[in-house]
Design a protein around this ligand. Structure first.
Ligand code: FAD
Length: 320
């Protein structure tokens, strides 16, 4: 079922999750042990992130360096199929522009369709670690909006290669499309107005809903929703929540995701004596955020699990 159908049928706030494929060499059981306890909360859908290949340099016997392509977290599509099979819950694979040309994207969408997957979260992807800017693959997409357009074209029965039969009357594809939104703006955007302008383009191109970047101050989310609505963006805007779990994140999250952590939370975390106390503070903060979001009537709260089901469990248990 489509994410937007889940939303339109919901009688109360729903709780969805995002998981990461395990690191190469680890077992799919890691995914199940993250999800098993969370199934109690009847998630309408579970997102599975996509991780682009990376380049590493390996020293050869002759001392020269060899550039090697590696994929640390493969398996997004297989994990989606496994989730749907084991739990009977809709899986939402993330689909990115980075590393894909249009033909590879079309093939990936055909795979997803054959597996009975109805939803995709469409993203540009971050620049490679070795690059300061994002570079599209040759004949790939530079921005998420272009990928939304490609999915939408396939929904209309338009394949890249015109020699294939166009099924305009009975298209095989009908993906529900989600896109990312940034309450505190995307880190590359010169200002929030510019970011909203391009977010609106993704909706005009056919995206059905928005999932937000994590935020620690609900005011940022409420203000973002208000701005989107005043720009004429009417699709559901699903808030993304991640509980803070270490002192290190006080610096790593703002620098990586361009977000603010409220002073009150920072002060409490800095005073904490050990990791357990930090984790408890993070959970309490997320409970407070979740309660307020639920009371405001949001349709879905989306949790970034980061393979820490115990934190997410405690948060939802206290508001379910
Ligand atoms: P876009 O919408 O393309 O925007 C990127 C930047 O370009 C923005 O600053 C925007 O304002 C600007 N822009 C957009 N269109 C134009 C245009 N036409 N002209 C000029 N500027 C433009 N990354 C992964 O690699 N894998 C994942 O699974 C993943 N999951 C995510 C899930 C969520 C909910 C979120 C919020 C992010 C996720 N990301 C993931 C990270 C995401 O890929 C990065 O934030 C990326 O840098 C931007 O992606 P986007 O889809 O928002 O890009």
């Amino acid at each position: 079922m489509k994410v937007i159908e889940h939303i339109s049928k919901a009688k109360k706030t729903l709780f969805s999750f995002e998981i990461l494929p395990p690191l190469r060499g680890n077992d799919i059981k890691d995914i199940f042990s993250t999800l098993d306890p969370l199934m109690e909360f009847n998630p309408p859908f579970i997102d599975v992130t996509y991780h682009r290949e990376e380049f590493i340099y390996v020293e050869k016997d002759n001392g020269l360096l060899q550039r090697r392509k590696i994929s640390r977290r493969p398996g997004t599509v297989g994990i989606c199929a496994a989730i749907m099979n084991k739990y009977g819950v809709d899986a939402v694979p993330h689909l990115i522009c980075g590393g894909f040309n249009k033909q590879m994207t079309e093939n990936a969408l055909i795979d997803l369709n054959f597996l009975g997957i109805d939803n995709v979260l469409v993203l540009r992807g971050d620049p490679l670690k070795s690059e300061s800017n994002f570079f599209a693959k040759k004949d790939g997409h530079k921005y998420a909006v272009e990928l939304v357009e490609q999915v939408k074209d396939l929904n209309r029965g338009k394949y890249l290669d015109k020699t294939f039969v166009e099924r305009k009357e009975s298209p095989l594809f009908d993906f529900c499309i989600g896109v990312a939104g940034y309450p505190e703006k995307h880190l590359e955007a010169p200002n929030i107005e510019s970011d909203l302008f391009f977010l609106k383009k993704k909706i005009e191109a056919g995206a059905d809903y928005i999932v937000t970047q994590m935020f620690f101050d609900n005011k940022e989310y409420f203000s973002f929703v208000k701005k989107c609505r005043s720009e004429g963006v009417t699709v559901p805007i699903i808030p993304g929540i991640k509980p803070l779990s270490s002192k290190k994140q006080l610096n790593s999250l703002p620098s990586r995701f361009y977000l603010n952590i409220p002073h009150e939370l920072v002060k409490e975390v800095e005073k904490a004596k050990d990791k357990k106390v930090v984790s408890d503070i993070g959970i309490e903060w997320a409970i407070h955020q979740s309660k307020e979001l639920k009371n405001s009537g949001v349709e879905v709260i989306h949790y970034y699990t980061m393979d820490r089901p115990e934190n997410i469990y405690k948060i939802i248990q206290s508001i379910y």
